[in-house]
Write a protein that binds this ligand. Structure first.
Ligand code: PDD
Length: 326
């Protein structure tokens, strides 16, 4: 069963030249991405003992801006707190850092990656005393989401959710997710939608929402799913447009009987799942609610970009004032 609009793999293949142009931030220094090195004893490498974020950057009305950047750093703080890694930076410092990462690269669309690990120490399970968190930030070109995926939707397969019970932490320990993504690829699909005890959790790297009779339903934010920045944006945007959004457990039978199913993430924005386990969802095409939401989502991105630009302009004038005063 082939995915009607292909898998996301092809869309995420930056050319070698683009990688060679890339610089990254590692522990206080900007360096060529191909030259950056961390210790083999880094606990991120040894234990997957780290936290990450992925932030989409798009250019809307000539404004290049990260989408919902503050929300990403609020979630980073939450994840770090949950695993007791000290956040090395304030939100403002993080925002400056990603602004610099974006500015250093010419691409109009970027995916910024942020990772903080517990640091370097002799391999031993307990938290090491005095380890300094490793901080890594890089950005890569973010190819346009294929029009075919937006207009025709994508396919998904289901699988039991076999991951741990802290999926709300954005941990770099992603083996369970990696295996589920590969399961989708191996089955010619774009995403694996996971079910735990007969209820929808999320996709391998996406949140999943359903639409029935004009109401959007999303699984509640529990330890079973990542509190997605994109799906949260979708909920807010829908409510602003008077669409009912319901956060509640969604049984497998409801998933299969949905009028529309959507996946969402920073990298894929929102896409309609039009085939689940080889069976058509609703009309078998992206539904009317998807098309409205997708348009509203683009408008929300434009507003968010304006806000980012205004904040950065304020920041620059503050910096200039400070420099003048000094
Ligand atoms: N993944 N659920 C899981 C398991 C995810 O990995 C992601 C995102 C999401 C959506 O979250 P957000 O809307 O905040 O991007 C939900 C990122 C993009 C990744 O790992 O590359």
């Amino acid at each position: 069963m082939a995915d009607p609009a292909g898998t996301e793999q092809a869309a995420f293949e930056p050319s070698a030249i683009e990688w060679q142009q890339a610089t990254c931030y590692l522990n206080g220094e900007w360096t060529a991405l191909t030259e950056a090195k961390v210790s083999v004893l880094d606990r991120g490498f040894i234990f997957g003992d780290g936290i990450y974020e992925v932030i989409a950057v798009d250019t809307v009305d000539d404004l290049r801006a990260p989408f919902r950047a503050r929300q990403h750093f609020a979630r980073l703080q939450r994840s770090l707190d949950m695993v007791r890694i000290d956040n090395p930076f304030s939100v403002e410092h993080w925002l400056n850092l990603i602004a610099e990462a974006i500015e250093r690269h010419p691409w109009t669309r970027q995916l910024v990656y942020v990772q903080v690990t517990r640091g370097v120490a002799k391999r031993d399970h307990p938290f090491p005393a005095g380890a300094v968190p490793t901080v890594f930030v890089n950005t890569s070109p973010w190819p346009a989401i294929p029009v075919a995926q937006i207009e025709q939707g994508v396919s998904a397969v289901t699988h039991a959710d076999e991951r741990w019970l802290h999926c709300d932490i954005k941990s770099t320990s992603l083996l369970g997710n990696v295996l589920m993504k590969q399961y989708a690829i191996d089955n010619g699909a774009s995403e694996t939608v996971m079910l735990r005890d007969g209820f929808l959790t999320e996709g391998s790297s996406t949140n999943v929402s359903v639409v029935k009779s004009g109401v959007i339903s999303m699984p509640p934010q529990t330890v079973q799913i990542l509190p997605g920045i994109t799906v949260d944006g979708i909920a807010h945007i829908a409510q602003q447009h008077g669409v009912e959004v319901d956060m509640r457990p969604i049984a497998a039978a409801e998933l299969r009987a949905a009028d529309e199913i959507w996946l969402s993430s920073s990298g894929r924005e929102m896409l309609a799942i039009v085939s689940l386990d080889g069976v058509g969802v609703g009309s078998g095409k992206p539904g009317p609610m998807y098309r409205s939401m997708h348009a509203w989502f683009q408008q929300a991105k434009a507003l968010d970009a304006q806000q980012w630009a205004a904040e950065r302009a304020g920041h620059l004038s503050i910096t200039r004032t400070t420099q003048c005063a000094a």
